[in-house]
Design a protein around this ligand. Structure first.
Ligand code: G3P
Length: 336
């Protein structure tokens, strides 16, 4: 009897050990890189994606998040995702280098508000922009979520758009942004996001434009405290996955990735308004001066934004022309 009990006990141990080993062997690590610091919508979205994927897959996928350019600046980690050195990354219109339509995620002065943008990104506009992208880039965009509308941060008060003239304003190194700056009458200083703070410290730039989340997280308001709420571009970022890796996933697993992508984007869309209030508060408490732009400023920047759309007419043709993408976004405008 004693021997039988001992045998059962050892057998149970062996079964538990085998199961544990099998589970450990099944665990797959997913590395995901981003450019924004902890606490920002992009990083919150990446963490949420990992959390949901782990839950859906019962721990099979273990997502390791590398925010704040810790795996390199945006161009470097996008390249790592394309060649499969890492599986995923978060970024935005930087990928328009492979597929110009991607720049239209952030068409200046297009969306009336977050709800308008959300309808477009959950609908046809997202699909039209995405068409042809995997073939050209080796990446797949699996969701889209907002980081916030961009506003100027400068050392001096901006009364009219002409007040931007002569300032050394940082812009992302993306044709859309360089072109938009030109339409505003300025020559933007192109630099990656990770260099903005040192650029301000060294005086290479004396201002720029960013969503409130970036302005608060990087504390640029300490150097350039005048925040003009122009809201000229809604920054849309997305999760991107190496397309070969995605296509190679078992069907059930691919569904988990898709579901985690959708639910993590929903989470950021739902959270953004609350984050904006918190960030306004943080900026004001830190000495930033937040101001609504004058009507003259608003009218001038709206006109500059509309003029900048010409870039899309010239560059976005294949497989979906710019006009069709713009029309689809316009159709999601709320009926007045
Ligand atoms: O989608 C591109 C946008 O994020 C670039 O802006 O300021 O984050 O470099 P920034």
């Amino acid at each position: 009897m004693k021997k039988l009990c001992l045998f059962i006990l050892m057998f149970s141990f062996a079964v538990v050990a085998m199961l544990t080993t099998a589970q450990a062997a099944e665990k797959i690590e997913i590395k995901i890189a981003g450019m924004k610091p902890e606490g920002e919508p992009e990083t919150l979205g990446m963490h949420k994606f990992g959390e949901i994927l782990a839950k859906l897959s019962n721990g099979k996928y273990d997502v390791k998040v590398f925010p704040n350019s810790t795996l390199g600046k945006e161009d470097a980690y996008i390249a790592s995702t394309r060649r499969g050195a890492i599986q995923m990354c978060a970024t935005g219109t930087q990928v328009s280098a492979f597929h110009p339509a991607m720049a239209m995620l952030e068409t200046p002065m297009l969306f009336d508000d977050l709800n308008h943008a959300r309808r477009a990104m959950e609908g046809k506009t997202f699909q039209l922009i995405n068409k042809g992208f995997p073939e050209k880039s080796g990446l797949r965009m699996i969701n889209a979520f907002p980081l916030g509308f961009r506003h100027f941060y400068t050392k001096k008060v901006l009364n009219t758009l002409d007040d931007l003239k002569g300032l050394r304003l940082r812009v992302p190194n993306i044709p859309l942004y360089i072109n938009f700056a030109k339409e505003c009458g300025i020559a933007g200083q192109a630099m990656p996001f990770a260099e903005v703070v040192t650029g301000l410290d060294s005086g290479v730039v004396d201002g720029g434009d960013s969503p409130l989340a970036d302005i608060a997280a990087t504390r640029v308001y300490e150097k350039a405290p005048q925040i003009t709420l122009s809201g000229h571009i809604l920054v849309i970022h997305a999760l991107f996955i190496n397309d070969k890796f995605y296509q190679g996933l078992p069907d059930q697993d691919r569904k988990w990735f898709d579901q985690a992508a959708k639910e993590s984007a929903d989470y950021v869309w739902d959270l953004l308004a609350k984050l904006e209030v918190e960030n306004r508060d943080k900026i004001t408490k830190g000495g930033g001066k937040i101001a609504e732009p004058s009507k003259a400023f608003k009218d001038a920047i709206t006109a500059a934004g509309r003029r900048s759309w010409k870039l899309f007419d010239d560059t976005v043709k294949d497989p979906v022309p710019a006009k069709a993408i713009l029309e689809s976004a316009e159709a999601y405008r709320a009926k007045k």
